[in-house]
Design a protein around this ligand. Sequence first.
Ligand code: NAD
Ligand code: UDP
Ligand code: UDP
Length: 343
Amino acid sequence: MRGLRTRVLVTGGAGFLGSHLCERLLGEGNNVICVDNFFTGNKDNVAHLMRDPNFEILRHDVTFPLYVEVDEIYNLACPASPIHYQHDPVQTTKTSVHGAINMLGLAKRTGAKLLQASTSEVYGNPLVHPQPEQYWGHVNPIGIRSCYDEGKRCAETLCFDYNRQHGIRIKVMRIFNTYGPRMRPDDGRVVSNFIVQALSGKPITIYGSGGQSRSFCYVDDLIEGMVRLMNTDDTITGPVNIGNPGEFTVRQLAEMVIEMTGSEAGIQYMPLPEDDPLQRQPDIALAKRLLDWTPTVSIKEGLPRTMAYFRALMTPDDDVGTFDADTGGLAEPVRVVDAPAAL
Ligand code: NAD
Ligand code: UDP
Ligand code: UDP
């Protein structure tokens, strides 16, 4: 028989963001089903939750139908790091598109509401800066990032069509670059790469000139915004940007990591991957208004917390896992374009 607890499904729940979300939802007294195929996720991320009787974990690929009885669905399943989503690009598109269809079909059958983890990548290499939700984006439909960008754009389309056609309650959240503990050491994204490189005495790999910018949100802030969005009334569909507007160039990030770790190994410049966006900064006016949400953790506070996590993970004389600290995980044959001279 159904208890009073809200039954929540978190797809991608063993990943970086998903594991923090599961923890938060359990802490609030919910019943949580974590679904993951462990492509980039890891059971270690949720091992500490296993003893909680309100937590369940299912190995499942969201590209296949899933029949569970739930009240809320957070659809996070999808590799988020370029090196991982480009590893099997067809599977990446299937995960976003078939995964969204299955989760929306599940929402339709059960009457659950669904929050879709979308991304700032829907804005592509943006011509409007900072990016407000009204901006339609500037995305290459046939490039090496398209499996992710277009997959996520199509997932947004599906959410809005299920909403208009079937009345499904949806919440589309556009997540900007987020970092923190439980990123994989071999994740390949810039914050984890730089920290792992600095801590293992390897040069920091800057792709291109390092003049490209990103805005980095600490994971706790992101999860707060995510839960607030899910809890809005049914008229709120989004899309809503969630991210930290503090914008830094990749070179500035490298300098901060070097300063905080005292690394003396220097910087190694690598080719800029194709279609790497030049700038990115969220306009969060809508999140402030609808959710009364604003990030609280600055990069100067969030980086040391993330470093502490990686320090604990790494043995003193060892690189972590299979991470290739010399290249940052960027495979040799990646197609490259000339780095812009200056930005
Ligand atoms: P992550 O790679 O750590 O987590 C993704 C999780 O999804 C992993 O546990 C992975 O094993 C799982 N997964 C992948 N394909 C699956 C499939 N077919 N079926 C079931 N599980 C599958 O990445 P993350 O940073 O935690 O990202 C979570 C979500 O947030 C993703 O949808 C991502 O696109 C979105 N997002 C994240 C960021 C960020 O900066 N972290 C930015 C924008 C969007
Ligand atoms: N689906 C699912 N779980 C459910 C209900 C549906 O995984 O509890 C899948 C189902 O396999 C289908 C998809 O969701 O392929 C879309 O469902 P919808 O009802 O929109 O489409 P239909 O079943 O009519 O094709
Ligand atoms: N980047 C870098 N060195 C690395 C990893 C990434 O210079 O070791 C750059 C990358 O080219 C991009 C930025 O950092 O300009 C953010 O990359 P990430 O993969 O973290 O996220 P995304 O490009 O999806 O925003």
